[in-house]
Every structure is written in C-alpha cells, then in structure tokens.
Design a protein around this ligand. Structure first.
Ligand SMILES: Nc1ncnc2c1ncn2[C@@H]1O[C@H](COP(=O)(O)OP(=O)(O)OP(=O)(O)O)[C@@H](O)[C@H]1O
Ligand SMILES: [Mg+2]
Length: 282
C-alpha cells in the first residue's frame, strides 16, 4: 500500500480533480482506458486514485492482474480503514476497490457517514486526481457517480448502438441531474477521421436537442495490442508504449491535463463523496 498513513482531523484537499469515465453501452473500453490513463497521469507526477465503481466482472483489478483482499464494504463495516483497502498498482497508481459496498452506501447510519467522510478527507491529502471507472448504462448508481464527479468522460465506439446509448446517457444526466458539460472519447476507431465523424454526429444531435456542450477529448484506434495487454494483465502503455492505442492514450492524458477546468469550485472529492453518500436511492 503506497499511501502514507492517514492523518485524522485533516483538512480535505479541495483541489482533487474527480473525473468519471462512463458510457451508455457496455464493453466500449472504459476500464482499459481508466487503467492506462491512470498510469500515464501517475508517470506525469500526479497522485492518482482509481475508484472501481463497477459491480460487474471485468474489473480493473483483473485488467491489471491485482488481487485486492478487501473492498469498500470492509470500510463500511468498520473492519478495515481506507488505507488498508486501497491497493497499489503499476506506475504507482492506487486503486480503491468499491464494487462491493457501493449499494450499502445508501443505507449508512449518521455515524458511519461521518467516519467515511473523515477517512475520505484524509485520503484527499494524498491524491491529486481520482478517476472513476463506472458501470455502463443509466442505472441510478452510475448516474450518481457521474453527477457527483465534476468532469465526465463519455466513452463511445463507432457502433450505432453505442452512439444511441451515449445519447441516452447524456440526456438522462442533463434532464435529471442538470449536467451540461461532457467530454467525448471515441474508442476503437479506424482512424482520426472516423472519430471526428462520430464526435460531430453525436455532438450535433445532443447540442441540438439538449442544452449541453460536448468537448472532443480525442480518440483511440482499434489496436490488437490492447487485447494482448489485457491478456497479459499489464498496462498497455507500459508494455507497448509505442503502439497506436498507447500513443493516443498519451495525447488524451496530455489534453486532460492541458484543459483542466480553471476553477474547480473547490471540494472536488468532498463534493463527490457527499453527493454519493447522501443520495437517497441506489
Ligand atoms: N482500442 C481498442 N482496440 C482494440 N480492442 C479494444 C480497444 N479498447 C477496448 N478493447 C477491447 O474491448 C474490451 C472491453 O474493454 P473494457 O473492459 O475496458 O470495456 P468496458 O467499457 O470497461 O466494459 P464494461 O462496460 O463491461 O465495464 C477489452 O477486453 C478489449 O479487448
Ligand atoms: Mg469496465
């Protein structure tokens, strides 16, 4: 566990960037992207925490060959502290396995909420950026993570169903939660032109029918080395740093750093957890 011991009664770090990686349709590459962006950003000197918020099976620990013993559930029951649950991964990244425990967060006692927020505030001292690997779709759980994150990256592939599901996701986030800004990342494309076409089509429809703004974050080409890295349970950007998909991931990470919102409004992490914990359904 790479994190320093937590300090009690610490002042939360208000500047933690919280970015959700999400999608309408499943299997578009969210987990792979979150894992690799985390590694790149960590190599760039950021202290990165990945929150695995997907209760599904193909989770980030499997993609990175990690075997976490505990998860958020153990923090909520008081058996473990946050720092005992967080595992360190490649490139110095930290992962909070939260797939188990997320549903429980709707039913916490006041005491449990205070303990959890305390732990999280302490944790915020040790990180600059949190990436949330969400499940796909528009279930309540996924919506809450997206709503609570200050930045939302929607991953989409050129498949028509992926695009219509991305539209549905953006529509719900806008109509039910008032989200207005999204970043679009187009995965598994043949080339930059195809990615731009996907972006143009999706952004023109959403911006026409909804009062939202879709920023183009970039694209990642279809690349056989992605599957190879996943089979080896190692980060693509470490084992094949010059593969086309890795090169694109490096540019996406740079763009994310360059286009950091000027004012984060403070309380990125605190806002996130408050919003997540205080939601009233899961
Ligand atoms: N750029 C790419 N080129 C080739 N294959 C890719 C690429 N990105 C992802 N894949 C393939 O897509 C599969 C699904 O990726 P991943 O598990 O990251 O998707 P996901 O969106 O997290 O899925 P889920 O919605 O189930 O959580 C991977 O196993 C990988 O083989
Ligand atoms: Mg996934």
């Amino acid at each position: 566990m790479a994190m320093p011991a937590q300090k009690r009664d610490s002042v939360p770090n208000e500047d933690v960037r919280v970015i959700a990686i999400t999608s309408g349709k499943g299997g578009v590459g969210k987990t792979h992207i979150a894992a690799n962006l985390a590694c790149i950003l960590s190599e760039m000197g950021k202290r990165v925490l990945v929150l695995d918020a997907d209760a599904g099976l193909a989770n980030i620990d499997i993609i990175l060959g990690l075997k976490p013993k505990y998860n958020l559930h153990h923090v909520l029951t008081g058996e473990k502290t946050m720092s005992e649950v967080i595992v360190s991964g490649p490139a110095g990244i930290n992962i909070l396995p939260a797939a188990s425990g997320i549903q429980e967060m709707t039913n916490l006692s006041r005491g449990q909420k205070i303990t959890l927020l305390d732990e999280l505030n302490a944790l915020s001292e040790d990180i600059d950026l949190m990436l949330i690997d969400t499940a796909a779709g528009i279930a309540g759980n996924v919506m809450y993570f997206n709503m609570a994150a200050k930045e939302i990256v929607v991953v989409v592939s050129p498949e028509p169903t992926s695009m219509t599901d991305a539209y549905a996701l953006i529509k719900v986030l806008y109509k039910a939660y008032g989200e207005k800004r999204f970043m679009l990342l187009v995965n598994m494309v043949k080339n930059a032109d195809e990615a731009r076409r996907v972006y143009r089509r999706l952004s023109s429809t959403t911006e026409h029918f909804l009062d939202v703004f879709i920023d183009y974050l970039g694209y990642i080409p279809q690349d056989r080395s992605v599957r190879e890295a996943i089979l080896q349970q190692r980060p693509l950007v470490e084992i094949y740093p010059s593969s086309p998909a890795s090169r694109s991931l490096f540019s996406v990470a740079e763009k994310l750093c360059r286009e950091q919102p000027e004012s984060y409004g403070g309380g990125g992490l605190k806002f996130f957890w408050n919003a997540t914990i205080n939601r009233n359904h899961g």
